[in-house]
Design a protein around this ligand. Sequence first.
Ligand code: ZN
Length: 674
Amino acid sequence: MKKNIILLSGLFLFSGFIVAQNKGLVANSNSPYSKLQSVGLQDVQWTSGFWKEQFDVENKNTLPYMWDLYHNDTISHAYKNFEIAAGLTKGTFKGPSFHDGDFYKIFEGMAATYAVTKDKKLDKQMDEAIAMFAKVQRKDGYLHTPVLIDERWGTLGPEEVKKQLGFEKYNMGHLMTAACIHYRATGKTNFLNIAKGVADFLYDFYKKASPELARNAICPSHYMGIVEMYRTTKNPKYLELANNLIDIRGTTNDGTDDNQDRIPFRQQTTAMGHAVRANYLYAGVADLYAETGEKKLLDNLESIWDDVTYRKMYITGACGALYDGVSPDGTSYNPADVQKIHQAYGRPFQLPNATAHTETCANIGNVLWNWRMLQITGEAKYADIVELALYNSVLSGISLEGKEFFYNNPLNVSKDLPFKQRWSKEREGYIALSNCCAPNVTRTVAEVGNYAYNLSKEGLYVNLYGSNDLNTMTLAGEKIEIEQQTNYPWDGKISLKIVKAPKEAYAFFLRIPGWSQGTTVSVNSNGIAEGIISGSYLKIFQKWKKGDVIELNIPMPVELMQANPLVEEVKNQVAVKRGPIVYCLESDNLPTDTSVNDVILSVNAPFTTNFIELHNRKLLNIDAKSVLNKDSSWDKKLYKPFSTKETKEYNLKLIPYFAWGNHGKGEMTVWMSH
Ligand SMILES: [Zn+2]
């Protein structure tokens, strides 16, 4: 009986009726186990300062560049693959098998940008692409160009098992997410209808597939995608599918730690394997938890979060220490059981700098996961990681001008290392065979505004600081408008002016960053004495009127950071951090023929700050004192007596880590001797 009622309500809800009140990146307004809810994609407009500059770079440079690049089949074959699959032109599939998904990510960035700018050109371009996707889609909903091109032009028969470990589900996952964002940004259902076909195909496929066929381990963006489809359409089949996808993971005998499917998710308590796949999995499981409230899922996510945050994450918020390695989680030393891993989490505290893989996509995955943990719990520690990764290891993935990218985000580049790593230490316009990160950072930059605020039943959460206008509705349906002004992250003074507020008393929850000390907060210049605790949200509950001003002052001294001594690679070294920004030293700020590894930072000398302009971007630099212990006699020596001869004082210029590699090539380091 009960089952019938659920089915009926499901049918009613998904037969054409779409719940549209919820317009954020995640439509969690009806998620029973989500404490916070998204504001609308169009509700936050950057007005000046850091994120306005970054958003303008996105809108003016990155999006047009990426659109043209992905239509230029001499460089990227992504759009051409759609044309061939649609039968418009004859040809073969070219490019990585995740090409479709990368195009959807660019599309998602366009949709999120359109939500804010309402730029007609973007709308037209998106409609053009959607018409193409519709031509490509098979009658049963399937949409994945490598297979559809083979089917249409008969170059290769379907290889079902191989497909499962290709990027089919990754591509479909990004399609579903992009379609939900497009629907919320435009109100149009043309892409969402295609995504429903894909979701229905997946539902039917997983109903029939054996566990072997159902392996779905490669960069599983489809967990996030299918839950978002459930939230958008209310079709209960999609939630059932999301739950089944987690159930069947790790039930075959051929799973690997690299794919996090050697054992079922419900047995996993530490982070393992490929860091993009891992973080996408954790983000998807967090989405599932927000809908089902299954305690085991959250318990495991919290345990894995502790493992990553306290043992396996870089100071930049980056994830995935190893290019290649073996899984440290084998139960005993049996060489036959030891599994290869790649682009992966290593052992606890194994955090090499020069050889760090730290793929931009993994760092974005860290944002996606922590963002969802914040939604579920309302705990500021997750917002701290969102901020840390965004400002450091995500933005490092894109050049200041927005057209060149990093696949890896190492914390040290030393020119004398006698080996060449597979991926470049220089920014590139197109990273052949692995351009996944560029479209990913493209969509992420477009979406930062949506991370800035959240709503709860009690009030408004302010998660990220940056000058913007917020224009949204409380959960009770009343208008709320705020003008936020600040020069954050360069300065910790923030003012929030109330333009429109609910009639009754309403709470503001202000994030007091975990890295901060001595923050002061006032309302209309009256200081608040209690409750200002670093790493938490300060709740201010009162009646508000137009013109009220909340002011925060978050001190931002230059901080010297050290690592747990178990991180062997940085023992007795320090990194420089100010506010949320990690700094680095580049060799072109040193005398000729001096290595970043020769620098000994004078930790007791004063640090001063000053603004510079680089590629039209305003950056706050830090001047520091050092001594250069230049010693060129390491030739044919691995060890030698300690010496401090040949030292000279030198004034260092440190730049924000995210801005490294923007002017010529050279060495770079985050950690320095002292
Ligand atoms: Zn990537």
